[in-house]
Design a protein around this ligand. Structure first.
Ligand SMILES: [Zn+2]
Length: 262
């Protein structure tokens, strides 16, 4: 199967918009485009070299088992984007539109998964986290929500875990703005020997604040749990009502007799 290069000739307001448009096309075709080097005039970027994600020579920082359908294979696809003074925006030129590999699934390409992790998706993850949901459950829920909208969810459970970690870190940072992690200031005690005694006061206040926060979150969780149970009950009622109406329309001359011993 030949993978078609992104359409050229359109102008895009920014370099990122150009790359996003190219990747929207690439996602359908089975590849992803990455920025390699950019050229600047003063502080302004005016050119960027683009490559296929499987052709870039940058070393991957990923860990663990590599998926064979996404391993870099020196793909020759070559393009660049320029912003000329006399044009209304960024334009792409393809130097070599061919790939030396078959199409990859968008789930396997980090570029597409990253693009799919929109602010809306992150907000959803945060809500699910607050409701105490596991990454696998969050993934299933997001997947069915996307399918209901006629989209395919590309982010995977590991992406969800990563976002959870970031959200968790942000939450910790906002809860304790005055105390950086101990690793950041290893020589703190040595610089100010008396500081441990003076920090006892605010620390207990912090503990109280954290306890309060936990209590609020637990209450929220209980509330959400009750809501979910209610929704389940409503669904069951709807199912039973549907079943009842199906039976009455199928069998409106004679309803099945209820036999308590049967
Ligand atoms: Zn390629």
């Amino acid at each position: 199967m030949v993978m078609l290069p992104p359409p050229c000739g359109d102008f895009h307001p920014t370099l990122d918009a150009l790359v996003a448009a190219a990747n929207k096309h690439g996602k359908e075709q089975g590849y992803a485009i990455v920025k390699l080097r950019t050229k600047k005039r003063g502080d302004v970027v005016f050119k960027a070299n683009l490559a296929c994600a499987r052709g870039a020579t940058r070393k991957s920082s990923g860990q663990g088992k590599r998926n064979s359908s996404t391993i870099k294979c020196g793909c020759p696809f070559d393009a660049y984007a320029v912003r000329k003074k006399d044009t209304p925006g960024w334009e792409m030129t393809i130097k070599n539109g061919e790939h030396n590999h078959g199409p990859s699934s968008p789930e396997d390409l980090v570029v597409h998964r990253r693009a799919d992790m929109t602010k809306e998706v992150r907000d959803e993850i945060r809500k699910f986290m607050d409701a105490g949901r596991k990454p696998s459950e969050i993934h299933t829920s997001l997947k069915s929500a996307a399918e209901a909208e006629g989209r395919k969810l590309v982010v995977n459970q590991r992406d969800i875990k990563n976002v959870q970690r970031i959200i968790h870190r942000e939450t910790m940072a906002t809860t304790s703005p005055s105390s950086p992690p101990p690793s950041d200031q290893p020589s703190h005690a040595a610089l100010a020997p008396g500081s441990s005694a003076t920090s006892r006061g605010p620390k207990s206040l912090q503990v109280r604040l954290l306890e309060q926060k936990i209590a609020t979150q637990e209450a929220q969780l209980r509330e959400k749990d009750a809501l979910l149970r209610e929704k389940d009950a409503q669904l069951q009622i709807a199912r039973l009502e549907a079943e009842l109406s199906r039976r009455t329309t199928n069998n409106d001359t004679q309803l099945p007799q209820y036999n308590p011993y049967g």
